[in-house]
Structure formats: structure tokens, C-alpha cells
Ligand binder design. Structure first.
Ligand SMILES: [Mg+2]
Length: 97
């Protein structure tokens, strides 16, 4: 997971230098650098999800719980709720920012 985070950070560095594209190993082509960063961020999330699963945790539930704890700690009114629909879940804020 740290390696994937490093890959994302390296691409952000290149974006800040003004580079417009990056080589993507999985598709074997140059892609817009924003898309390449997105692919690396997806790698980070997938690694985190796999680690959570190995620990017997649901990453989506952990994100909801942690966000709500942090929000409450800061005195914010926003909380995340999970809506179940057709066997899939999605996290939604309880109010607007
Ligand atoms: Mg990667």
C-alpha cells in the first residue's frame, strides 16, 4: 500500500512540474496524468480494502464510522449514512457542506 501511495505521489510531483501524460503499465500506453493519478489512487484503495478484509473489516463501514467520529469530535453536524439499494450500498452525507 505504501508503494502504491508513493506511485501516486510521484505522479502528483510530475503534474506539478507541468507534465501532461504518464506511462501506464497496465494499459501499456501514455494516458493523461490526471487519469494515471486516478489509477494509482485506485490501487491505494484496493490495497486498503484487501488489508481491511484480511483483518475481518469492511472498509466502507470503517470509512463511515471514522468520518462520523471525526465529524462529531470537531462539532460538525454532517454524518455519513449508508443506503442499501438492490444489494448495493452507497455512503451519503446527511446534509450539505
Ligand atoms: Mg500502482
Amino acid at each position: 500500500m505504501a508503494g502504491e501511495t508513493g506511485e501516486a505521489c510521484n505522479l502528483v510531483k510530475k503534474l506539478r512540474r507541468g507534465e501532461k501524460t504518464a506511462y501506464d503499465k497496465d494499459t501499456a500506453r501514455d494516458v493523461p496524468i490526471e487519469l494515471a493519478i486516478g489509477y494509482e489512487l485506485a490501487d491505494v484503495v484496493m490495497c486498503a480494502d484487501l488489508l481491511a478484509a484480511r483483518l475481518g473489516l469492511d472498509l466502507g463501514e470503517m470509512v463511515q464510522e471514522k468520518f462520523n467520529l471525526a465529524s462529531k469530535h470537531r462539532g460538525w453536524s454532517i454524518q455519513l449514512t449508508v443506503e442499501e439499494e438492490a444489494g448495493e450500498s452507497a455512503i451519503h452525507p446527511t446534509n450539505e457542506f
